[in-house]
Design a protein around this ligand. Sequence first.
Ligand SMILES: [Cu+2]
Length: 124
Amino acid sequence: MHWGFNGRQFSENGVAADEIIPFDQLEVWELLNETAPMAMNHPVHIHGAQFQVLSRSVNESYMAGWESVRHGYVDEGWKDTVLLMPGERVRLLIRFGDFAGTYVYHCHNLEHSDSGMMRNLRIE
Ligand SMILES: [Cu+2]
């Protein structure tokens, strides 16, 4: 099993063009967890920046499971990690303004990050 972001897997020095962010930039990132039939949760951790959760929605076919957990979310305030349940779509407002440099973002499930669900981002 291999995991990733946008069809990409971890590469030690790899930074794609859309992973290079101007310093002090605000960006909206949309994370989709559409991994059927192997739907799993993914706690996604972004280093080097903090963000706020703008919205969550879920694919209709995952609604029953989502309803059982969605009242437990605490999405207010600044975050560095967001949980995506199966079928979920989360929009984040991210401020890349504390420090320039190369950072990683990754799934916090170790078996996922170990199998590629980690990427670099560069703030410059
Ligand atoms: Cu994961």
